[in-house]
Design a protein around this ligand. Structure first.
Ligand code: CP
Ligand code: NVA
Length: 316
């Protein structure tokens, strides 16, 4: 099935990797968002006929797996779910060999793993585009969907203020990059000891300075959400940190996105969460299930944003 409206794949992305949004210019991110909006209106496009996406998942996933898989189908292509339990990489086959061999079969590789370094190595040796579907450092596909959701609900990005309250993690890094790239002011409130990666933060500061956006790192959630247009949070213990759950619950006391905290934001603030969420921990149920929350639209937008990336980088 193909929709009648002809949507054009933007040029300039062919063969490129998406490891972090730092690799894309503001204009390129805006182009991908516009393309994603067009695909959302016209979902069935035979843009990748006969092409295959290899999807390596070293960690669990609901949204990422389903949206990439459905996305490839809607674009006329095919996807393969590859678990390290079944792949030889899980038994110690070098990343270099895996990258080279997979590149002989598939037209792009999507990977979720704890190690960003491993994804960089994979991209070095792969002869096809590599898409980061979450590492310890970044979650660029999530951030694209986040931008798409804000743009859709607020009608613009530039000049808005985003606040992330919680762990200075992969999702926080990518959101801060996405904001700085697109003209949004951003504040990140974390408990002491849970600051973002210092090297990544330096990169974000550089982007914010180049684009003239405000960027704040604070230990005060109330300061961060002051006058915010969008409030974001994520789990306190990311994948790979589950054993720190109890310690983190203590450290993150006072960092819950609650009704009381959100009262500091603009009246029409929107609440976002990458999901999965823990109600009663990082967010009060009345917030995530309340009228300011767009978390399901945000989850749906993973599909549209990633289809834009897939079609653009896999274009032959
Ligand atoms: N937000 C996100 O990446 O969800 P999954 O872990 O379910 O893919
Ligand atoms: N920060 C979370 C995001 C899950 C989508 C994690 O890495 O587990």
């Amino acid at each position: 099935m193909s929709d009648h409206t002809n949507v054009e794949i933007p040029a300039g992305f062919e063969g490129r990797d998406l490891l972090t949004l730092l690799d894309f210019t503001t204009e390129e991110i805006q182009t991908l968002l516009t393309f994603a909006e067009q695909l959302k209106q016209n979902p069935h496009q035979n843009m990748l006929p006969g092409q295959s996406l290899g999807m390596i998942f070293e960690n669990a996933s609901t949204r990422t797996r389903v949206s990439f898989e459905v996305g490839m189908t809607q674009l006329g292509g095919h996807s393969l779910f590859l678990s390290p339990r079944d792949l030889q990489i899980g038994r110690g086959e070098p990343v270099k060999d895996t990258a080279n061999v997979l590149s002989r079969f598939v037209d792009a590789i999507m990977i979720r793993t704890n190690s960003h370094e491993m994804v960089e190595e994979l991209a070095t040796y792969a002869g096809v585009p590599v898409i980061n579907a979450l590492t310890d450092l970044y979650h660029p596909c999530q951030a694209l969907a986040d931008l798409l959701t804000v743009k859709e609900k607020k009608g613009k990005l530039e000049g808005l203020k985003a606040a992330f309250v919680g762990d200075g993690n992969n999702v926080a890094h990518s959101l801060m990059i996405a904001c700085a790239k697109t003209g949004m002011d951003a504040a990140l409130a974390v408990p002491e000891g849970y600051e973002p990666d210092p090297d990544v933060w330096k990169e974000i500061e550089k982007v914010a300075e180049e684009n003239g956006t405000r960027l704040e790192l604070t230990h005060s959630p109330a300061d961060a959400v002051k006058e915010a247009d969008m409030i974001y949070t994520d789990v306190w213990a990311s994948m790979g940190f589950e054993e720190e759950q109890a310690k983190r619950e203590e450290a993150f006391a006072g960092f819950q996105v609650s009704e009381e905290l959100c009262a500091n934001a603009k009246d029409d603030y929107m609440f976002l969460h990458c999901l999965p969420a823990h109600r009663g921990e990082e967010v009060e149920a009345s917030i995530i299930d309340g009228p300011h929350s767009y978390v399901y639209d945000q989850a749906e937008n993973r599909l549209h944003a990633q289809k834009a990336v897939l079609a653009a980088v896999m274009k032959k």
